[in-house]
Write a protein that binds this ligand. Structure first.
Ligand code: NAD
Length: 345
C-alpha cells in the first residue's frame, strides 16, 4: 500500500480498519482545487486491501477529471469499502452507519453517493449518520440526467460529422438498455433517428425495440453492426484492441465509465477516423445533477443548462483535436487540466 500512496498525486486518503466487519475503508480525496471532493462509495469483496486502495485512488483521480471536464465546482474523491467476506444485511448496515460517522467527521470535504455495491437504498443507510450524501434528497434517479448529457454529446458528434445536430435518419446503436440506455433511446426516438439496441437481457431489448420502433441486434455482433454513432451504455472496457477493428461506425459517444481499455485505444479509434466523445465528459450529467441539485442547491433549470453545455464543451474539444490531428481524448484531458490550473470559475 505504501508504494501506491507514494506514487499518487492526490491530496489525502483517510484509512480506517473496521474491526467488527473486518473491512477496510479508504476515502481518497484527489483534488479539492475546484470545490469539496465528491464521488460514490464502492463496496465489494477484494482479494487484498491493497486492491481496494488502488481502486479508490484511481477512481478519485477519475472524478477530478470528470468534474473539471464539465467545469463544475466539485473536487475529485471516491471511497472504497473493501470487504473480506460477504456480510449479513444487519452487519452491513452497521458498517455503513460507522462509515457514515467517518464521512461526517470530514465536515463536508468529502460527500458521497451510490456506486458498485452501494445502491440508493444503502446510501440512505449511510445518510443516517451524515448529511454529506447525495441521491437521498429528492434529486431522484441520475439515469435520465446522464442520458441527457449523452444525448448532448451525440448532438456535438453529429454537428462535427455532418455540420448539423439534426439526427433524423442517422443510425444510433445503443449498447445497454438500462437506467441510462432507456431514457437515451426515448430521446433519440423523438428526433427521428434510426435506433438499434443491444442488451444481454434479450427480453428487455425486444420489449424496448417494440415500444420505440427500434431494431434489436444480436449482442454477439454488436461491434460489427453498421451504424453512424455507437453509444456504449453498458460496461467499461468495450473499446479495445479486439473491438475497435470491428467497429462500423463514424463516432462513439456513450455513458459507460472507462470505455477505453487502455489510453492507446483512443489513438486506435483516431487512426480509424472514428470520432470519440470522451466518456468522462459525455457521462457527467448524472453526477452534475445529483450534486448540483442536492449539495450545491442549484435550480433544475441551471443544472439542465449545465448538462446541455456538454455539447459546446465537446465542440471545443473536437476543434482542438482536429487542429492537432489527435484523439479528442487528449484534447479533453488538456482542457480539464486547464480548468484545474485556473481554479473555480
Ligand atoms: P444499468 O445496470 O441500469 O444498465 C446496464 C444495462 O446493460 C443492463 O440492461 C444490462 O443488461 C446491459 N448489459 C450489461 N452488459 C452488457 C453487454 N456486454 N452487452 C450489452 N448489454 C449489456 O446501468 P446504467 O445505470 O444504465 O449505467 C450504464 C453504464 O453507464 C455503466 O457503465 C455505468 O457505470 C455508466 N454510468 C451510469 C450513470 C448513471 O447515471 N446511471 C452515470 C455515469 C455512468
Amino acid at each position: 500500500m505504501e508504494d501506491l500512496l507514494r506514487s499518487w498525486d492526490g491530496e489525502h486518503v483517510v484509512v480506517r480498519y473496521d474491526q467488527a466487519a473486518k473491512a477496510w475503508i479508504f476515502i481518497a480525496i484527489h483534488s479539492t482545487r475546484l470545490g469539496n471532493a465528491s464521488g460514490g462509495t464502492r463496496m465489494k469483496i477484494y482479494e487484498a486491501p491493497r486492491d481496494g486502495l488502488q481502486d479508490a485512488l484511481r477512481l478519485a483521480e477519475g472524478m477530478t477529471y470528470k468534474w473539471a471536464g464539465v467545469d463544475f465546482p466539485m473536487g475529485g474523491g471516491k471511497a472504497v469499502i473493501a470487504l473480506s467476506a460477504p456480510l449479513a444485511d444487519v452487519e452491513r448496515d452497521r458498517l455503513l452507519e460507522r462509515y457514515g460517522e467517518l464521512v461526517e467527521t470530514l465536515g463536508g470535504t468529502f460527500s458521497t453517493g451510490a456506486d458498485l455495491g452501494v445502491g440508493p437504498e444503502l446510501v440512505q443507510v449511510i445518510g443516517r449518520e451524515t448529511t454529506h450524501v447525495f441521491g437521498v434528497r429528492g434529486a431522484g434517479d441520475p439515469g435520465p440526467w446522464t442520458a441527457l448529457g449523452v444525448f448532448s454529446a451525440i448532438e456535438a458528434v453529429a454537428e462535427e460529422l455532418y455540420g448539423s445536430r439534426d439526427l433524423k435518419g442517422r443510425t444510433v446503436l445503443v449498447q445497454g438498455i438500462g437506467d441510462v440506455g432507456i431514457p437515451l433511446c426515448k430521446r433519440l426516438a423523438g428526433t427521428g433517428a434510426r435506433l438499434k439496441i443491444a442488451d444481454v437481457n434479450e427480453e428487455r431489448a425486444a420489449a424496448v425495440a417494440e415500444e420505440l420502433g427500434a431494431q434489436a441486434v444480436d449482442v454477439g455482433k454488436t461491434y460489427a453492426e453498421p451504424c453512424d454513432i455507437f453509444a456504449p451504455c453498458a460496461v467499461g472496457g468495450v473499446l479495445n484492441v479486439d473491438t475497435i477493428p470491428q467497429l462500423r461506425c463514424r463516432a462513439v459517444a456513450g455513458s459507460a465509465n472507462n470505455q477505453l481499455e487502455r489510453i492507446e485505444d483512443a489513438d486506435r479509434l483516431h487512426e480509424r477516423r472514428i470520432l470519440y466523445a470522451p466518456d468522462f465528459i459525455a457521462n457527467a450529467g448524472g453526477a452534475v445533477a445529483l450534486c448540483g441539485l442536492e449539495a450545491l442547491r442549484m435550480s433544475e433549470d441551471y443544472v439542465a443548462a449545465k448538462v446541455l453545455s456538454i455539447t459546446d464543451t465537446l465542440k471545443t474539444i473536437f476543434a482542438e483535436a482536429k487542429a492537432r490531428e489527435e484523439s479528442p481524448y487528449h484534447a479533453a484531458m488538456r482542457w480539464a487540466r486547464k480548468v484545474l490550473e485556473r481554479g473555480p470559475a
